[in-house]
Design a protein around this ligand. Structure first.
Ligand SMILES: Cc1ncc(COP(=O)(O)O)c(C=O)c1O
Length: 446
């Protein structure tokens, strides 16, 4: 039996009709990586409106680590819908929001008193974390990294690195944001060994405090432990440790942006746990409520408590329905059996991808951490020249054969794999075979 079942080309007639309505009514700037029009989804499978069944390797950009529609999450949300949909945490208190904050305070790294602020999107979580860090430290500046992605609000877009796709046309941006190089071990500087390159990247952190900004002006260093949109670039432990040390030395807060890497994606609840390095604040969103919109910042209680009453919050943050769903999602994901399975899936993908790297010269690199895995396509392995057109060709070919995919990377030349961990081994193997088929065809066309 195959899980992928295609009865029409993708997009089929009904999909095409809805896509033309989308084009007529939704802005062109809201680009999409596929022409799939979704009817329903369960586990790792997605049905489109033409009755085709596909395997999901994108999870709505890492939103669906727990799988599409886990029964206990749906039940909790439905039960809460029947009680109260909204009461606003700026007006009243609801128990699901309080319980969710208790859970996050308990599960996030760090053995110190913590508090949590709930909001709605990843960008909002990052904004809140930065604002609170500035308020606490009474300092204006923040440090971010090349390749980083933090969202599309003015502050988070200013923090985001990749210009052409995310920032072009939107200047001017916010000041007091200092962007430092981050090590991408696939692309060390010419003439440097990997070790020398990593040491150079670490030295750049010290150098920045002379060349760019005085440490006494820096409120926070914001880092993704595995860069997401930047191309699943894992930050080496030594680099993160140096950041932690500098923060401790200069009274700077370390903010981990775990919006894409969190909630089991790397095989641990949070990617920072792989390094044993504890951030002062952690930003979370995406897979937190199995697809419902929610985000959070959890941080040291003394930091989180600094802004004056009324200085933080919003209308939707702490929605009882979404909080109830998040509680069940997080209980499911934090189960050691779930995390073990996530790591196992990551290992299966890693082994398969390593094979592709050996077989196909157009595969320049395969990398990631746990179940956060990616393939980078280049014109040739020697020059490592990125090949975004070929990447798009491979993606479109694979999607037309029944898997859902998205790209990533500073050069848009990577395909990232974010399958729901509800995926079975058979589904995973089938999806990987489809992607390999597209790579093989591209290889033969060369
Ligand atoms: C690491 C990271 N930070 C922040 C964001 C922004 O999240 P949102 O799109 O929910 O605003 C994203 C989204 O992809 C992300 O991957």
């Amino acid at each position: 039996m195959t899980y992928i079942q295609l009865h029409t080309p993708i997009p089929g007639p009904k999909s095409r009709e809805i896509l033309s309505r989308r084009a007529a009514n939704m802005p062109a700037g809201l680009a999409k990586s596929t022409e799939i029009v979704v009817e329903k989804a369960k586990g790792a499978l997605v049905w489109d409106v033409d009755g085709n069944r596909l395997i999901d390797f994108a999870g709505g950009i890492g939103m669906i680590n727990a799988g599409h529609r886990p029964a206990q999450v749906v039940k909790a949300a439905k039960q809460q819908l029947d009680k109260c949909i909204h009461a606003c945490t700026l007006v009243t208190t609801n128990e699901p929001a309080v319980e969710l904050c208790e859970l996050l305070n308990q599960l996030t790294p760090g053995n110190f008193p913590k508090k949590t602020l709930l909001s709605n999107s990843g960008a909002e979580a990052v904004e809140n974390a930065v604002n609170i860090a500035k308020y606490y430290t009474k300092r204006p500046a923040i440090i971010v990294f090349e390749g980083g992605y933090h969202g599309r609000t003015l502050l988070t877009m200013s923090m985001t690195s990749k210009y052409s796709l995310f920032k072009k046309g939107y200047g001017s941006f916010m000041s007091e944001i200092y962007r430092l190089p981050a090590p991408n071990m696939y692309r060390p500087f010419q003439g440097m060994s990997k070790e020398q390159y990593l040491q150079h990247s670490i030295n750049q952190l010290d150098h920045a405090f002379i060349a760019q900004v005085d440490p006494s002006a820096v409120a926070a260093i914001v880092v993704e432990p595995v860069q997401g949109e930047g191309g699943f670039v894992p930050m080496p432990t030594a680099f993160l440790q140096k950041i932690r040390n500098l923060c401790d030395q200069h009274g700077i807060l370390l903010i981990a942006d775990e919006i894409q890497s969190g909630f089991g994606r790397t095989g641990k609840l949070f990617a920072m746990e792989h390094h044993g390095i504890v951030p002062d604040m952690i930003c979370m969103a995406k897979s937190m409520a199995a697809g419902l919109p929610i985000s959070a910042v959890t941080g040291r209680a003394e930091v989180m408590d600094t802004p004056h009453p009324g200085a933080i919050g919003g209308t939707y943050g702490g929605s009882p329905v979404v909080s109830a769903a998040a509680i069940e999602t997080i209980k499911l994901i934090s189960d050691p059996k779930f995390l073990k399975r996530a790591a196992q899936i990551g290992e299966m993908i890693r082994r398969t991808l390593e094979g592709w790297k050996k077989r196909y010269p157009l595969v320049g690199d395969v990398r990631g951490l746990g179940g956060m895995r990616l393939v980078e396509f280049v014109k040739e392995p020697g020059t490592k020249t990125p090949d975004p057109d070929l990447t798009l060709e491979i993606l479109r070919d694979a999607v037309s054969h029944g898997i859902i995919l998205i790209r990533a990377g500073l050069y848009s030349n990577c395909i990232r794999l974010l399958p729901p961990f509800a995926i079975t081994n058979e589904q995973l193997r089938e999806g990987l075979r489809v992607l390999e088929g597209a790579i093989e065809r591209a290889h033969e066309r060369r």
